[in-house]
Write a protein that binds this ligand. Structure first.
Ligand SMILES: Nc1ncnc2c1ncn2[C@@H]1O[C@H](COP(=O)(O)OP(=O)(O)OP(=O)(O)O)[C@@H](O)[C@H]1O
Length: 260
């Protein structure tokens, strides 16, 4: 499905410049609600920069407008935006010497009054998120002692308790073993099916083909294609964008890309 739904995210004319360098160049696309949009493109294409720009972590150049469910995100305070948008970064903070549960509860910060502590509802959300991310057994562990894959899933749990409408994932399967990759991709699909707008930078094009409903292809900071992954991710386009030989095949009932 790739038709535009009004309650998704609409990004229009988004650019990021640092000094003379144009990292993201006048990017326009839609991420439909209730769907996973895969953001793909070679190393250095601008994927992480774009995701960070959507949470206000890097300044925008020019006249960008970003709306989510018809509300304009650009111009919102950090706190207002954080109630609506969560980002799980590729290598989130690693050296936090606090129990995992406390790290996950940080996701409630934008919803809390300035002086409020953790409510029973917050604790319930945190334990549910730890369960869904497959790391409930780690709740009492010191976050700094976790493996890369465990940390990544705890960061995902933190993003879930933020209860975002728009979930941004930067390489969510990066440090994960194959079983954990599938668990995270299936969880992501379930979140999208429950109405969330998910925008995920993915390196594995076969994950994009299998799990994404919509794809945005970025190269050199520009959008070069958007649409249904099965239409967009042809051998020809992938070959051109990544400068490889790519062929689409069918195996075990799935579309697959084989690269050499
Ligand atoms: N502070 C900076 N100053 C100049 N260039 C930068 C800066 N930060 C990032 N870049 C460059 O911007 C480009 C986009 O980087 P970005 O991390 O967004 O790419 P990406 O698509 O996420 O890459 P990857 O797949 O390798 O994670 C890269 O060429 C990077 O070197």
């Amino acid at each position: 499905m790739s038709e535009v739904q009004p309650d998704g995210a609409v990004v229009s004319g988004l650019s990021v410049r640092i000094g003379e360098a144009v990292l993201v160049d006048d990017v326009t696309f839609t991420a439909p609600a209730g769907a996973i949009t895969a953001l793909i493109g070679p190393n250095g294409a601008g994927k992480s920069t774009l995701l960070r720009a959507l949470v206000g972590a890097v300044p925008l150049a020019g006249q960008a407008v970003v709306t989510l469910a018809s509300e304009e995100l650009t111009g919102m305070s950090h706190r207002e935006r954080a109630r609506r948008v969560a980002l799980v970064e590729q290598d989130g903070a690693a050296d936090v010497a606090r129990p995992v549960l406390d790290v996950v509860l940080l996701g409630r910060t934008p919803h809390r009054s300035r002086w409020g502590g953790d409510s029973p509802g917050d604790l319930e959300l945190a334990s549910e998120a730890l369960e869904r991310a497959g790391v409930a057994a780690l709740a009492e562990r010191d976050f700094a002692t976790l493996s890369g894959g465990e940390r990544q899933r705890v960061h995902l749990a933190r993003a879930l308790v933020q209860q975002p409408r728009l979930l941004l994932l930067d390489e969510p399967t990066n440090h994960l073993d194959v079983a954990a990759q599938l668990q995270v991709l299936r969880l992501t699909r379930a979140l999208a099916r429950s109405g969330m707008t998910v925008l995920a930078a993915l390196h594995d094009l076969n994950h994009a083909l299998r799990y994404a409903d919509h794809v945005v292809v970025l190269a050199g900071g520009e959008v070069v294609a958007t649409g249904d992954p099965r239409d967009v991710l042809t051998g020809e386009l992938v070959g051109e964008v990544y400068q490889v030989r790519a062929t689409r095949v069918q195996a075990a009932g799935h579309d697959l890309l084989v690269m050499d």
